[in-house]
Design a protein. Structure first.
Length: 304
């Protein structure tokens, strides 16, 4: 996938979160709601996160150097990993601290209707951002489930934005419930409970992202479907079979393929070179991300 769809989703989330953060801080200043403060910090973290994702897309486009001969594609994985860490520290940890503090020392809300209005408007803005992320993700998701897309995607930005937006929407709902229950029951402790729920939610999302981004940073190979296609395309023409193969994504849009191929016996040098070139062409035609292909011709020693 090109970065275009991810960039559109990031920009939509960036604009929504920046505006929401300002509104939430104003709401907290007026009402004193800990849920509102937790959500404001969450929105600041999300806004910073989208900036980091854009930075990762920019730095990943640098040309390869002697020190980094395969380029800088993994910058996108690195910055996505930093996003997950920020979501955990700035979002989850702060919300849990603030929520527990407000449960232990509850304070009555002032002008709660202001908080309700801001939260409802924020839900509408986040819904737009979430819708944009879903629309862009559907273009590359295929038939896999949404959870499968998050687990299998080699492009980090869309899964990150999807989970961030989903967490933001649920967090806003928790904040709205907390504020509403505080007003209806005249028990401000519910505001603290809502804040703790926001912290737990963000913590779960952050851990999922940390695990997925760490896996991408270490290096993931082609998906099962991609690997099956690559092997089928390699094992054609004058290639008898694939003896062994290794693949690894060195960036979201760049797959490294290395394989040893058993060629038909008795081929001349020019025929071997042509067979290798044809195999590379077939793979690139079916899996465009396979930009780096290294093939080693050999004899099928199981038949000789």
């Amino acid at each position: 996938m090109s970065a275009g769809g991810g960039t559109k989703a990031i920009l939509a989330a960036l604009g929504a979160n920046a505006g929401i953060a300002v509104a939430k801080f104003v709401g907290f200043a007026i009402t004193g709601s800990s849920s509102m403060l937790a959500e404001a910090v969450h929105s600041v973290a999300d806004t910073s996160n989208q900036g980091l994702l854009l930075l990762g897309q920019k730095t990943s486009q640098r040309k390869a150097t002697k020190e980094h001969p395969f380029g800088f594609g993994r910058d996108r994985y690195f910055y996505s990993f930093i996003v997950a860490l920020m979501l955990f520290t700035l979002g989850s940890a702060f919300a849990l601290y603030e929520g527990i503090h407000k449960i232990q020392h509850p304070e009555a809300l002032t002008s709660p209707i202001v908080a309700v209005i801001i939260l409802v408007v924020a839900i509408l803005l986040e819904s737009y951002s979430f819708y944009t992320a879903i629309t862009e993700s559907k273009k590359i998701k295929g038939d896999v489930s949404w959870w499968g897309f998050i687990r299998q995607s080699r492009t980090p930005e869309l899964p990150v934005v999807l989970l961030e937006d989903a967490g933001a929407l649920l967090g806003l709902v928790f904040a709205l419930i907390g504020v509403s229950l505080s007003v209806l029951t005249d028990e401000p402790v519910w505001d603290g409970v809502g804040t703790v729920m926001i912290g737990l939610l963000l913590g779960i999302i952050a851990v999922i992202l940390i695990i997925e981004m760490k896996s991408l940073l270490i290096g993931e190979g082609a998906t099962d479907k991609e690997l099956e296609i690559i092997i089928d395309e390699l094992a054609a023409g004058k290639v008898q079979r694939v003896i062994h193969i290794r693949t690894q994504y060195i960036g979201p849009d760049e797959l490294l393929v290395a394989a040893k191929l058993a060629l038909s016996p008795g081929l001349e040098m020019d025929e071997i070179a042509q067979a290798i070139d044809d195999a590379e062409s077939r793979v690139r035609a079916k899996v465009p991300a396979a930009r780096l292909i290294y093939l080693e011709p050999d004899l099928d020693r199981t038949t000789v």
